[in-house]
Design a protein around this ligand. Structure first.
Ligand code: PEP
Ligand code: MN
Length: 348
C-alpha cells in the first residue's frame, strides 16, 4: 500500500500517520519527493485503507498491485539515483564499471585498473570470492584480492564493486568495497539479501540464471525492505535453449524493468554473451535500450586469465567500445564520460 501525503501535509501529520501504521503492525518506508511525501507501507497484515484515508494530511491511499512494493514505480515514480562516492548511477550519465572477472595478482589488478580508468570506466570490478561452477576451478584470492583491488582503486581514484557470496563474508568485504555485488547464483539467497538490507553500502543485484523479472524485483524487495534503498539491478543474461552464446542477453529486460521499477539498471554483456567478440555489440545494445550503466570484464592479458578469459576484453577493445558509446549515449539523450579519465580523487 502507498500513502500519498498532501502537498501541504505538515511534518507532525506525516509522523502521526507513520505512527498509526506502525501501531497496526506495518513497516513504513518514507520517500520524500519534490512536491510530496509518499509512504510505502509493507507487512503481512492488510490495514483498512479507509481508516488511513481519514487521517489528516493524507491525499490518497493506493494499493500496489505488483507483488514487489518498494521496488515499484507506483511507490516511487521518479528514478532512484545510487551514489557511489561522487559517481551517480541512475542519472543522465551512463556509468561504466570494468575490470577482470577475478583479482589474480598485483600486477594484473594494477595494469587492468589503469587501463579501464584511462578508457573512461568510473568503477572497478573484480572478484575475490568466486562462485565457480566447478569446485576445482580458481576460487579467488579472498582477502588478499580485496586488498589488491582496494589499493588499485585508491591509486586510480575509482570505486570498487566486488561479489559477496555468503553471509559470513559481509563484514570483511564491507571494509574494502564501495558496492556489494550479488551474483546470479545468489539472487535468491534470501538470508544474504536480508542481511545486505541492513548494510549501508549499495548492492548490485544480478538477475538469476533462470529468474523472471518479477522474481528479480522481489529479490530487490528483500534488500529494500531491510532498509537499504541503494539497489542497482544488473541484467547478465539468462539460460535459454540457445547454445551459441553462454547465456541469452535479455536486452528487453532493460526497458521492462525501467518501466516497472524506479531502480537503476545496468547491463553485463560479458556474462550475457560469454565471448569477447560479442561483448561490444551487446554493450552498445544495452546503452541504446536505456541502461544506466554497464559492467564489463576487461583483462590486461585475457588469454592467461584464471577465470572468464574468453569473455574478457583486451584493453584496446574496451577503449574502442567506449569511443562508440560516446556516440550512442548522446544520441539517446544520455551523457557518458567524455575523455579518457585523468586520475580522480577517491575517498581522500
Ligand atoms: C562475475 O561477475 O564474475 C560473475 C560470476 O557473474 P554472474 O553472477 O553474473 O555469473
Ligand atoms: Mn566472470
Amino acid at each position: 500500500m502507498v500513502v500519498v501525503m498532501d502537498e501541504r501535509a505538515t511534518e507532525a501529520q506525516i509522523e502521526l500517520v507513520v505512527a498509526r501504521l506502525v501501531e497496526m503492525g506495518m513497516d513504513v518506508h518514507r520517500s520524500t519527493g519534490v512536491t510530496r511525501t509518499v509512504l510505502g507501507v509493507v507487512g503481512q497484515r492488510r490495514p483498512d485503507p479507509g481508516l488511513i484515508e481519514m487521517l489528516e494530511g493524507v491525499h490518497e491511499v493506493l494499493r500496489i498491485s505488483e507483488p514487489y512494493k518498494l521496488a515499484s514505480r507506483t511507490f516511487k515514480p521518479e528514478g532512484t539515483i545510487v551514489n557511489v562516492g561522487d559517481v551517480r548511477i541512475g542519472g543522465d550519465e551512463v556509468i561504466v564499471m570494468a575490470g577482470p572477472c577475478s583479482a589474480e595478482n598485483e600486477k594484473q589488478v594494477r595494469a587492468t585498473a589503469t587501463a579501464v580508468r584511462k578508457a573512461g570506466a568510473k568503477i572497478f570490478r573484480g572478484g575475490a570470492f568466486k562462485p565457480r561452477s566447478s569446485p576445482y576451478s580458481f576460487q579467488g584470492l579472498g582477502e588478499e584480492g580485496l586488498r589488491l583491488m582496494r589499493d588499485a582503486c585508491n591509486a586510480e581514484g575509482m570505486g570498487l564493486v566486488t561479489e559477496v557470496m555468503d553471509l559470513s563474508q559481509i563484514e570483511l568485504i564491507e571494509r574494502y568495497t564501495d558496492v556489494f555485488q550479488v551474483g546470479a547464483r545468489n539472487m535468491q539467497n534470501f538470508t544474504l539479501l536480508r542481511e545486505l538490507g541492513h548494510t549501508r553500502k549499495p548492492v548490485l543485484l544480478k538477475r538469476g540464471i533462470a529468474a523472471t523479472i518479477e522474481e528479480w524485483l522481489l529479490s530487490a524487495e528483500y534488500i529494500l525492505s531491510g532498509g537499504n534503498a541503494d539497489v542497482i539491478l544488473c541484467e547478465r543474461g539468462i539460460r535459454t535453449f540457445e547454445t551459441a552464446t553462454r547465456n541469452t542477453f535479455d536486452v528487453s529486460a532493460i526497458p521492462v524493468v525501467k518501466k516497472l521499477s524506479h531502480l537503476p539498471v545496468v547491463g553485463d554483456p560479458s556474462h550475457g554473451a560469454g565471448r569477447r567478440d560479442m561483448v561490444a555489440p551487446m554493450a552498445r545494445a544495452a546503452v541504446a535500450a536505456g541502461a544506466d550503466g554497464l559492467i564489463i570484464e576487461v583483462h590486461c592479458d585475457p588469454d592467461h586469465a584464471l577465470s572468464d578469459g574468453a569473455q574478457s576484453m583486451y584493453p584496446a577493445q574496451f577503449d574502442r567500445l567506449m569511443a562508440e558509446l560516446r556516440i550512442i549515449a548522446p544520441a539517446i539523450g544520455r551523457s557518458i564520460c567524455l575523455e579518457p579519465v585523468a586520475r580522480r580523487g577517491w575517498g581522500s
